[in-house]
Design a protein around this ligand. Structure first.
Ligand code: ITT
Length: 207
């Protein structure tokens, strides 16, 4: 990103994610605009990894807007389920699944299972344009356990059943700032901001 860049399109249609990223990037001096406000038609997510999917989304938004783009691809990895729902977390219970349907499917799959360790993974990427060959990439992980039932009303997605043992609360029981300081997305976006700042100051891996 050069110093004149002030607007970045955020390649997401998930309002919970969007809100967290705007909060995490507050104070950076860039304006984050949701892709739906710019009329971007979302792309399919066909990648096998979080990074591949994030790049697919960011390049799609950059191509349709001519702006630099950020995307986040994230998901929940449950060891006892062989890594599911993984990159398919948003679509675990079907292509148009609601958060409640995904949670119900997860709790059913873990019914009677003692080993409930899980983690969230987030890959956050920045592309200067659709053809960018040197995208900035940052990742984060948040470790916890899947609770037996939902608790709390904050956050989004699987937050009501993702229990953080150190805080003794689910993601949906945390304040926004607690979640941002602990979460996979918080770690990835903070790292991405550091990379962007380094590039603006001329010490990053510029093209
Ligand atoms: P976009 O692709 O438009 O950004 P999406 O919701 O489809 O929105 P992903 O493909 O990255 O995004 O899927 C991420 C899913 O993983 C998300 O829908 C949730 O079900 C889950 N997830 C990711 N981060 C989460 C978080 O912080 N808290 C709870 N669930 C989360």
């Amino acid at each position: 990103m050069n110093k004149a860049t002030r607007q970045i399109v955020m390649a997401t249609g998930n309002s919970g994610k969007m809100r967290e990223i705007v909060e995490l990037m507050a104070g950076t001096g860039v304006e984050i605009v949701a892709q739906n406000r710019l009329g971007v038609i979302p792309t399919e997510e066909t990648g096998a990894t979080f990074v591949a999917n994030a790049l697919q989304k960011a390049r799609n938004a950059a191509k349709q807007t001519g702006l630099p783009a950020i995307a986040d691809d994230s998901g929940l990895i449950v060891a006892a389920l062989g890594g599911d729902p993984g990159v398919r977390s948003a679509r675990y219970a079907g292509p148009q699944a609601t958060d409640a349907e995904n949670i119900n499917k997860l709790l059913d799959a873990l019914h009677g299972v003692a080993s409930r360790g899980a983690h969230f993974h987030c890959a956050a990427v920045f592309v200067r344009d659709a053809a960018d060959e040197h995208p900035l990439v940052a990742e984060g992980i948040w470790r916890g356990e899947i609770s037996a039932a939902s608790h709390g009303s904050g956050g989004f997605g699987y937050d009501p059943v993702f229990f953080d043992p150190e805080l003794g609360k689910t993601g949906a029981e945390l304040t926004r700032s607690e979640k941002n300081s602990r979460s996979h997305r918080g770690q990835a976006i903070r790292d991405l901001c550091r990379l962007l700042l380094a590039e603006c100051n001329g010490s990053g891996a510029a093209r």
